[in-house]
Design a protein around this ligand. Sequence first.
Ligand SMILES: *[C@@H]1O[C@H](CO)[C@@H](O)[C@H](O)[C@H]1NC(C)=O
Ligand SMILES: *[C@@H]1O[C@H](CO)[C@@H](O)[C@H](O)[C@H]1NC(C)=O
Ligand SMILES: *[C@@H]1O[C@H](CO)[C@@H](O)[C@H](O)[C@H]1NC(C)=O
Ligand SMILES: *[C@@H]1O[C@H](CO)[C@@H](O)[C@H](O)[C@H]1NC(C)=O
Length: 373
Amino acid sequence: MRLPTTASSLILLVSAGTPRAAAAGPPLTDHRNCGCYLTNGTESRYFSHHYFFDFRSQSQYAGVPTAIASADLSGSAPRTSKYFSNSEFANTWIVGNWDNSARQRKDATVRMHMSPNNIYIEANNDKGRKPETWLTLRTQRMENFQTAAELETMYFNKFVSVRMMARTIGAPGAISALFTYKHSNVLAEVQESDFEVRTRDPDNIVHYTNQPGVTTEGETDPLATTNATLPDGLKWTDWAVHRLDWTPERSTWFVNGRQVAQNAYQTPRDPSKVILNLWSDGGKWSGNMSVTDAAYLQIQWFEMVFNTTDVNFKPSSHAANDPLVCEAVCSIDETPNQGQPVMLWNNAAVRVVERRSFTGWIPVLVLGMFAWR
Ligand SMILES: *[C@@H]1O[C@H](CO)[C@@H](O)[C@H](O)[C@H]1NC(C)=O
Ligand SMILES: *[C@@H]1O[C@H](CO)[C@@H](O)[C@H](O)[C@H]1NC(C)=O
Ligand SMILES: *[C@@H]1O[C@H](CO)[C@@H](O)[C@H](O)[C@H]1NC(C)=O
Ligand SMILES: *[C@@H]1O[C@H](CO)[C@@H](O)[C@H](O)[C@H]1NC(C)=O
Protein backbone atom coordinates (compact mmCIF):
# COMPACT_ATOMS: atom_id res chain seq x y z
CA MET A 1 0.00 0.00 0.00
CA ARG A 2 0.99 3.61 -0.45
CA LEU A 3 -0.10 6.50 1.67
CA PRO A 4 -0.56 9.94 0.20
CA THR A 5 2.34 12.04 1.53
CA THR A 6 0.25 14.62 3.27
CA ALA A 7 -1.80 12.00 5.04
CA SER A 8 1.24 10.06 6.18
CA SER A 9 3.07 13.06 7.61
CA LEU A 10 -0.09 14.11 9.39
CA ILE A 11 -0.41 10.63 10.81
CA LEU A 12 3.19 10.56 11.95
CA LEU A 13 2.55 13.76 13.87
CA VAL A 14 -0.55 12.29 15.42
CA SER A 15 1.08 9.02 16.37
CA ALA A 16 4.23 10.69 17.71
CA GLY A 17 2.09 12.00 20.54
CA THR A 18 0.86 8.55 21.54
CA PRO A 19 2.75 6.06 23.72
CA ARG A 20 2.50 3.49 20.93
CA ALA A 21 4.84 5.47 18.71
CA ALA A 22 7.78 4.06 20.63
CA ALA A 23 6.70 0.43 20.44
CA ALA A 24 7.98 -1.95 17.79
CA GLY A 25 5.49 -4.02 15.80
CA PRO A 26 1.71 -4.05 15.97
CA PRO A 27 0.15 -3.07 19.32
CA LEU A 28 -0.78 -5.52 22.04
CA THR A 29 -4.48 -5.90 22.56
CA ASP A 30 -7.03 -7.93 24.48
CA HIS A 31 -8.57 -11.04 22.90
CA ARG A 32 -11.98 -9.40 23.38
CA ASN A 33 -10.99 -6.86 20.74
CA CYS A 34 -10.10 -9.54 18.20
CA GLY A 35 -12.62 -10.67 15.61
CA CYS A 36 -10.26 -13.30 14.27
CA TYR A 37 -6.63 -14.37 14.19
CA LEU A 38 -4.36 -14.51 11.16
CA THR A 39 -1.49 -17.00 11.39
CA ASN A 40 1.85 -16.66 9.63
CA GLY A 41 3.82 -19.19 7.61
CA THR A 42 3.23 -20.84 4.23
CA GLU A 43 -0.36 -21.78 5.14
CA SER A 44 -1.39 -18.47 6.63
CA ARG A 45 -5.12 -18.66 7.52
CA TYR A 46 -7.82 -16.89 9.52
CA PHE A 47 -9.25 -18.54 12.65
CA SER A 48 -12.13 -17.51 14.88
CA HIS A 49 -11.14 -18.67 18.36
CA HIS A 50 -8.14 -18.67 20.65
CA TYR A 51 -7.03 -20.73 23.67
CA PHE A 52 -3.96 -19.98 25.75
CA PHE A 53 -2.87 -21.95 28.81
CA ASP A 54 0.13 -20.64 30.69
CA PHE A 55 1.72 -23.13 33.10
CA ARG A 56 4.79 -21.02 33.87
CA SER A 57 3.77 -19.23 37.08
CA GLN A 58 1.51 -21.66 38.90
CA SER A 59 3.60 -22.33 42.00
CA GLN A 60 0.57 -22.51 44.29
CA TYR A 61 -0.50 -25.70 42.45
CA ALA A 62 2.91 -27.38 42.17
CA GLY A 63 3.47 -30.90 43.46
CA VAL A 64 4.57 -34.25 42.03
CA PRO A 65 2.18 -37.06 43.03
CA THR A 66 3.51 -40.59 43.46
CA ALA A 67 2.33 -42.89 40.67
CA ILE A 68 -0.62 -45.09 41.62
CA ALA A 69 0.43 -48.74 41.77
CA SER A 70 -2.98 -50.22 40.99
CA ALA A 71 -4.30 -50.20 37.42
CA ASP A 72 -7.85 -50.45 38.71
CA LEU A 73 -7.53 -47.31 40.82
CA SER A 74 -5.75 -45.27 38.13
CA GLY A 75 -8.72 -44.07 36.09
CA SER A 76 -10.76 -42.86 39.06
CA ALA A 77 -7.85 -40.97 40.66
CA PRO A 78 -8.65 -37.35 41.46
CA ARG A 79 -7.10 -34.41 39.61
CA THR A 80 -3.77 -33.54 41.18
CA SER A 81 -4.53 -29.92 42.06
CA LYS A 82 -7.21 -27.25 41.89
CA TYR A 83 -5.56 -25.90 38.76
CA PHE A 84 -7.25 -28.70 36.83
CA SER A 85 -10.71 -27.97 38.19
CA ASN A 86 -10.65 -24.24 37.51
CA SER A 87 -13.32 -23.44 34.96
CA GLU A 88 -11.02 -22.35 32.17
CA PHE A 89 -9.12 -25.64 32.22
CA ALA A 90 -12.07 -27.86 33.08
CA ASN A 91 -14.27 -26.35 30.35
CA THR A 92 -11.63 -26.95 27.70
CA TRP A 93 -10.01 -30.29 28.47
CA ILE A 94 -11.11 -33.87 29.07
CA VAL A 95 -8.59 -35.61 31.32
CA GLY A 96 -7.98 -39.15 30.06
CA ASN A 97 -8.94 -42.05 32.36
CA TRP A 98 -9.41 -44.92 29.91
CA ASP A 99 -7.48 -48.15 29.65
CA ASN A 100 -6.44 -50.00 26.54
CA SER A 101 -8.45 -53.15 27.14
CA ALA A 102 -11.13 -51.63 24.92
CA ARG A 103 -8.91 -49.50 22.69
CA GLN A 104 -5.93 -51.78 22.33
CA ARG A 105 -3.63 -51.45 19.35
CA LYS A 106 -3.27 -54.79 17.65
CA ASP A 107 0.34 -55.33 18.70
CA ALA A 108 0.09 -54.02 22.28
CA THR A 109 1.65 -56.34 24.86
CA VAL A 110 1.18 -54.27 28.01
CA ARG A 111 -1.98 -53.09 29.74
CA MET A 112 -2.03 -49.30 29.73
CA HIS A 113 -4.14 -47.04 31.91
CA MET A 114 -4.57 -43.29 31.48
CA SER A 115 -4.72 -41.57 34.86
CA PRO A 116 -5.51 -37.98 35.95
CA ASN A 117 -2.82 -38.63 38.59
CA ASN A 118 -0.16 -38.37 35.86
CA ILE A 119 -0.99 -34.77 34.97
CA TYR A 120 0.38 -32.18 37.36
CA ILE A 121 2.00 -28.79 37.79
CA GLU A 122 5.69 -29.23 38.54
CA ALA A 123 8.07 -26.70 40.10
CA ASN A 124 11.29 -25.91 38.30
CA ASN A 125 13.83 -26.82 40.95
CA ASP A 126 16.72 -25.16 39.20
CA LYS A 127 16.66 -22.19 41.56
CA GLY A 128 16.66 -18.73 40.13
CA ARG A 129 15.75 -20.02 36.70
CA LYS A 130 12.64 -19.38 34.72
CA PRO A 131 9.95 -20.55 34.43
CA GLU A 132 8.76 -21.24 37.97
CA THR A 133 6.57 -24.16 36.91
CA TRP A 134 5.36 -26.21 33.97
CA LEU A 135 2.71 -28.82 33.21
CA THR A 136 3.97 -32.40 33.27
CA LEU A 137 2.39 -35.46 31.66
CA ARG A 138 3.96 -38.66 33.00
CA THR A 139 4.06 -42.26 31.90
CA GLN A 140 5.66 -44.92 34.09
CA ARG A 141 6.03 -48.68 33.83
CA MET A 142 4.51 -50.18 36.96
CA GLU A 143 4.80 -53.80 38.03
CA ASN A 144 1.78 -55.03 36.05
CA PHE A 145 0.81 -52.22 33.77
CA GLN A 146 1.82 -48.92 32.18
CA THR A 147 0.39 -45.78 33.71
CA ALA A 148 -0.02 -42.94 31.17
CA ALA A 149 -1.50 -39.49 30.56
CA GLU A 150 -3.79 -37.77 28.08
CA LEU A 151 -5.56 -34.46 27.60
CA GLU A 152 -8.17 -34.08 24.88
CA THR A 153 -10.11 -30.98 23.91
CA MET A 154 -13.76 -31.14 24.89
CA TYR A 155 -14.97 -29.83 21.54
CA PHE A 156 -14.31 -30.74 17.96
CA ASN A 157 -12.32 -28.31 15.87
CA LYS A 158 -12.29 -27.98 12.16
CA PHE A 159 -8.86 -26.61 11.35
CA VAL A 160 -6.38 -25.40 13.94
CA SER A 161 -2.99 -23.86 14.37
CA VAL A 162 -1.72 -25.30 17.64
CA ARG A 163 1.54 -24.61 19.44
CA MET A 164 3.24 -25.68 22.65
CA MET A 165 6.51 -24.77 24.33
CA ALA A 166 7.51 -28.26 25.37
CA ARG A 167 10.15 -30.93 25.80
CA THR A 168 10.15 -34.70 26.26
CA ILE A 169 12.53 -36.33 28.70
CA GLY A 170 12.94 -39.74 30.29
CA ALA A 171 13.47 -43.42 29.58
CA PRO A 172 13.11 -45.19 26.21
CA GLY A 173 9.84 -46.92 25.36
CA ALA A 174 7.38 -44.01 25.41
CA ILE A 175 5.62 -41.85 22.81
CA SER A 176 4.81 -38.20 23.45
CA ALA A 177 2.40 -36.60 21.02
CA LEU A 178 0.45 -33.51 19.99
CA PHE A 179 -2.19 -34.34 17.38
CA THR A 180 -5.61 -33.87 15.87
CA TYR A 181 -7.87 -36.91 16.16
CA LYS A 182 -11.10 -38.12 14.60
CA HIS A 183 -11.89 -41.58 15.91
CA SER A 184 -13.08 -44.46 13.80
CA ASN A 185 -13.32 -48.16 14.61
CA VAL A 186 -12.04 -48.80 11.12
CA LEU A 187 -8.28 -48.09 11.00
CA ALA A 188 -8.36 -46.81 7.43
CA GLU A 189 -10.96 -44.20 8.42
CA VAL A 190 -9.12 -42.70 11.36
CA GLN A 191 -8.21 -39.08 10.61
CA GLU A 192 -5.22 -37.85 12.51
CA SER A 193 -2.38 -35.43 12.08
CA ASP A 194 0.51 -36.14 14.48
CA PHE A 195 3.67 -34.75 15.96
CA GLU A 196 5.34 -37.62 17.84
CA VAL A 197 8.52 -38.22 19.80
CA ARG A 198 9.68 -41.80 20.47
CA THR A 199 11.91 -41.80 23.51
CA ARG A 200 13.94 -44.68 22.09
CA ASP A 201 14.85 -42.71 18.95
CA PRO A 202 17.99 -40.64 18.46
CA ASP A 203 17.41 -37.40 20.39
CA ASN A 204 17.10 -35.22 17.27
CA ILE A 205 14.55 -37.32 15.31
CA VAL A 206 10.79 -36.69 15.43
CA HIS A 207 7.84 -38.04 13.44
CA TYR A 208 5.15 -36.12 11.57
CA THR A 209 2.29 -38.27 10.24
CA ASN A 210 -1.11 -37.96 8.65
CA GLN A 211 -2.55 -41.25 9.91
CA PRO A 212 -3.03 -44.03 9.21
CA GLY A 213 0.71 -44.52 8.75
CA VAL A 214 0.33 -48.29 8.76
CA THR A 215 -2.09 -50.38 6.72
CA THR A 216 -4.37 -53.03 8.27
CA GLU A 217 -1.81 -55.55 7.01
CA GLY A 218 0.88 -53.82 9.10
CA GLU A 219 2.71 -52.32 6.09
CA THR A 220 4.04 -48.81 6.73
CA ASP A 221 2.83 -46.19 4.27
CA PRO A 222 5.86 -44.03 3.41
CA LEU A 223 3.66 -41.21 2.07
CA ALA A 224 2.01 -40.74 5.46
CA THR A 225 5.11 -39.97 7.53
CA THR A 226 8.02 -37.56 7.55
CA ASN A 227 10.80 -38.57 9.92
CA ALA A 228 12.48 -35.24 10.48
CA THR A 229 15.71 -34.06 12.03
CA LEU A 230 15.05 -31.15 14.38
CA PRO A 231 16.51 -27.85 13.07
CA ASP A 232 19.37 -25.84 14.57
CA GLY A 233 20.92 -28.78 16.40
CA LEU A 234 17.87 -29.06 18.67
CA LYS A 235 17.01 -32.22 20.58
CA TRP A 236 13.52 -33.20 21.65
CA THR A 237 14.80 -32.98 25.23
CA ASP A 238 15.32 -29.22 24.66
CA TRP A 239 12.54 -26.68 25.21
CA ALA A 240 11.15 -25.66 21.83
CA VAL A 241 7.93 -24.36 20.32
CA HIS A 242 6.32 -27.22 18.40
CA ARG A 243 3.52 -26.16 16.06
CA LEU A 244 1.02 -27.97 13.86
CA ASP A 245 -1.14 -26.17 11.32
CA TRP A 246 -4.06 -28.27 10.14
CA THR A 247 -5.61 -26.45 7.18
CA PRO A 248 -8.10 -27.78 4.60
CA GLU A 249 -5.40 -28.81 2.13
CA ARG A 250 -2.51 -30.02 4.27
CA SER A 251 -0.72 -30.40 7.58
CA THR A 252 2.36 -28.29 8.27
CA TRP A 253 4.75 -28.66 11.17
CA PHE A 254 7.12 -26.09 12.65
CA VAL A 255 9.81 -25.97 15.31
CA ASN A 256 10.68 -22.58 16.82
CA GLY A 257 8.96 -20.81 13.93
CA ARG A 258 10.74 -22.80 11.21
CA GLN A 259 8.79 -25.10 8.92
CA VAL A 260 10.18 -28.64 9.13
CA ALA A 261 7.54 -30.76 7.38
CA GLN A 262 4.41 -30.52 5.29
CA ASN A 263 2.04 -33.22 4.03
CA ALA A 264 -1.04 -32.99 1.79
CA TYR A 265 -1.56 -36.78 1.83
CA GLN A 266 -4.46 -38.02 4.02
CA THR A 267 -5.08 -34.54 5.41
CA PRO A 268 -7.86 -34.87 8.02
CA ARG A 269 -11.20 -33.63 6.65
CA ASP A 270 -13.70 -33.85 9.50
CA PRO A 271 -14.04 -32.09 12.87
CA SER A 272 -11.35 -33.43 15.21
CA LYS A 273 -10.19 -33.20 18.80
CA VAL A 274 -6.76 -31.86 19.70
CA ILE A 275 -4.92 -34.32 21.96
CA LEU A 276 -1.75 -34.26 24.03
CA ASN A 277 -0.53 -37.57 25.38
CA LEU A 278 2.33 -39.67 26.66
CA TRP A 279 2.03 -43.45 26.57
CA SER A 280 3.54 -46.87 26.00
CA ASP A 281 1.92 -50.24 25.36
CA GLY A 282 4.80 -52.59 24.61
CA GLY A 283 3.90 -52.55 20.93
CA LYS A 284 6.16 -52.03 17.92
CA TRP A 285 5.75 -48.26 17.78
CA SER A 286 6.38 -47.33 21.43
CA GLY A 287 8.51 -50.31 22.48
CA ASN A 288 8.65 -51.46 26.10
CA MET A 289 9.57 -49.51 29.18
CA SER A 290 11.45 -51.27 31.96
CA VAL A 291 9.60 -51.59 35.28
CA THR A 292 9.96 -48.35 37.35
CA ASP A 293 11.21 -46.36 34.32
CA ALA A 294 9.32 -43.19 33.45
CA ALA A 295 9.13 -40.48 30.78
CA TYR A 296 7.69 -36.97 30.84
CA LEU A 297 6.12 -34.51 28.41
CA GLN A 298 6.61 -31.06 29.96
CA ILE A 299 4.78 -28.01 28.69
CA GLN A 300 5.38 -24.35 29.61
CA TRP A 301 2.45 -23.03 27.60
CA PHE A 302 -0.12 -24.26 25.14
CA GLU A 303 -1.83 -22.07 22.57
CA MET A 304 -4.16 -22.63 19.67
CA VAL A 305 -6.30 -20.69 17.25
CA PHE A 306 -9.09 -22.67 15.68
CA ASN A 307 -12.44 -22.86 13.99
CA THR A 308 -15.21 -25.10 15.20
CA THR A 309 -18.54 -26.34 13.91
CA ASP A 310 -19.26 -28.10 17.21
CA VAL A 311 -22.84 -27.20 18.26
CA ASN A 312 -21.87 -27.75 21.89
CA PHE A 313 -18.97 -25.32 21.78
CA LYS A 314 -19.34 -22.49 24.25
CA PRO A 315 -16.95 -19.68 23.57
CA SER A 316 -14.85 -19.27 26.70
CA SER A 317 -13.14 -16.12 27.81
CA HIS A 318 -10.52 -16.96 25.22
CA ALA A 319 -12.87 -16.86 22.27
CA ALA A 320 -13.11 -14.06 19.78
CA ASN A 321 -15.99 -11.66 19.72
CA ASP A 322 -17.73 -12.15 16.49
CA PRO A 323 -16.40 -14.97 14.37
CA LEU A 324 -18.56 -14.29 11.34
CA VAL A 325 -17.76 -10.65 10.78
CA CYS A 326 -14.07 -10.23 11.22
CA GLU A 327 -13.07 -6.62 11.06
CA ALA A 328 -10.47 -6.72 13.79
CA VAL A 329 -7.65 -9.04 12.74
CA CYS A 330 -5.20 -10.13 15.42
CA SER A 331 -2.04 -12.20 15.50
CA ILE A 332 -0.66 -14.58 18.11
CA ASP A 333 2.62 -14.84 16.18
CA GLU A 334 3.82 -11.27 16.12
CA THR A 335 3.32 -10.66 19.83
CA PRO A 336 6.15 -9.88 22.24
CA ASN A 337 4.01 -11.26 25.08
CA GLN A 338 3.14 -14.92 24.47
CA GLY A 339 -0.57 -15.54 24.78
CA GLN A 340 -1.60 -11.90 24.38
CA PRO A 341 -2.60 -11.10 20.81
CA VAL A 342 -1.55 -8.03 18.85
CA MET A 343 -3.93 -6.13 16.58
CA LEU A 344 -2.83 -6.30 12.95
CA TRP A 345 -5.63 -4.11 11.67
CA ASN A 346 -9.19 -3.10 12.45
CA ASN A 347 -11.35 -2.20 9.49
CA ALA A 348 -14.18 -1.01 11.67
CA ALA A 349 -12.54 2.07 13.10
CA VAL A 350 -8.84 2.38 12.68
CA ARG A 351 -6.26 0.57 10.66
CA VAL A 352 -2.93 -0.19 12.16
CA VAL A 353 -0.05 -0.47 9.77
CA GLU A 354 3.66 -0.60 10.14
CA ARG A 355 5.87 1.96 8.50
CA ARG A 356 9.59 1.98 8.08
CA SER A 357 11.12 5.00 9.73
CA PHE A 358 14.60 6.13 10.68
CA THR A 359 14.12 4.66 14.12
CA GLY A 360 12.98 1.27 12.87
CA TRP A 361 9.48 -0.15 12.63
CA ILE A 362 6.86 2.00 14.24
CA PRO A 363 3.15 1.48 14.16
CA VAL A 364 1.19 4.29 12.59
CA LEU A 365 -2.48 4.77 13.27
CA VAL A 366 -4.25 5.49 10.06
CA LEU A 367 -7.65 7.04 10.37
CA GLY A 368 -10.30 5.20 8.40
CA MET A 369 -10.86 8.15 6.06
CA PHE A 370 -7.23 8.04 4.97
CA ALA A 371 -7.29 4.29 4.47
CA TRP A 372 -5.51 2.88 1.49
CA ARG A 373 -7.10 1.55 -1.69
C1 LIG B 1 -12.28 -20.12 9.80
O1 LIG B 1 -13.56 -19.53 9.76
C2 LIG B 1 -13.59 -18.23 9.16
C3 LIG B 1 -15.00 -17.67 9.34
O2 LIG B 1 -15.94 -18.56 8.84
C4 LIG B 1 -13.16 -18.37 7.70
O3 LIG B 1 -13.13 -17.10 7.09
C5 LIG B 1 -11.75 -18.99 7.66
O4 LIG B 1 -11.34 -19.20 6.33
C6 LIG B 1 -11.75 -20.34 8.40
N1 LIG B 1 -10.38 -20.85 8.45
C7 LIG B 1 -10.02 -22.01 7.92
C8 LIG B 1 -8.59 -22.44 8.08
O5 LIG B 1 -10.78 -22.74 7.30
C1 LIG C 1 10.16 -43.45 10.04
O1 LIG C 1 10.74 -44.02 11.19
C2 LIG C 1 10.10 -45.20 11.64
C3 LIG C 1 10.72 -45.60 12.95
O2 LIG C 1 12.10 -45.60 12.87
C4 LIG C 1 10.19 -46.29 10.57
O3 LIG C 1 9.52 -47.45 11.00
C5 LIG C 1 9.53 -45.76 9.30
O4 LIG C 1 9.68 -46.70 8.26
C6 LIG C 1 10.14 -44.43 8.87
N1 LIG C 1 9.31 -43.89 7.80
C7 LIG C 1 9.81 -43.20 6.76
C8 LIG C 1 8.84 -42.72 5.77
O5 LIG C 1 11.02 -43.00 6.67
C1 LIG D 1 5.86 -16.19 12.68
O1 LIG D 1 6.21 -14.95 13.29
C2 LIG D 1 7.14 -15.07 14.35
C3 LIG D 1 7.31 -13.69 14.96
O2 LIG D 1 7.69 -12.76 13.99
C4 LIG D 1 8.45 -15.64 13.84
O3 LIG D 1 9.36 -15.80 14.91
C5 LIG D 1 8.19 -16.98 13.20
O4 LIG D 1 9.37 -17.47 12.63
C6 LIG D 1 7.12 -16.85 12.13
N1 LIG D 1 6.79 -18.19 11.67
C7 LIG D 1 6.67 -18.49 10.40
C8 LIG D 1 6.36 -19.91 10.11
O5 LIG D 1 6.78 -17.68 9.49
C1 LIG E 1 7.67 -55.99 24.97
O1 LIG E 1 7.76 -57.01 25.93
C2 LIG E 1 6.90 -58.13 25.70
C3 LIG E 1 7.09 -59.13 26.80
O2 LIG E 1 7.04 -58.54 28.03
C4 LIG E 1 7.21 -58.77 24.37
O3 LIG E 1 6.27 -59.78 24.10
C5 LIG E 1 7.17 -57.71 23.27
O4 LIG E 1 7.59 -58.27 22.05
C6 LIG E 1 8.05 -56.54 23.60
N1 LIG E 1 7.86 -55.51 22.58
C7 LIG E 1 8.86 -54.93 21.92
C8 LIG E 1 8.49 -53.93 20.89
O5 LIG E 1 10.02 -55.21 22.14
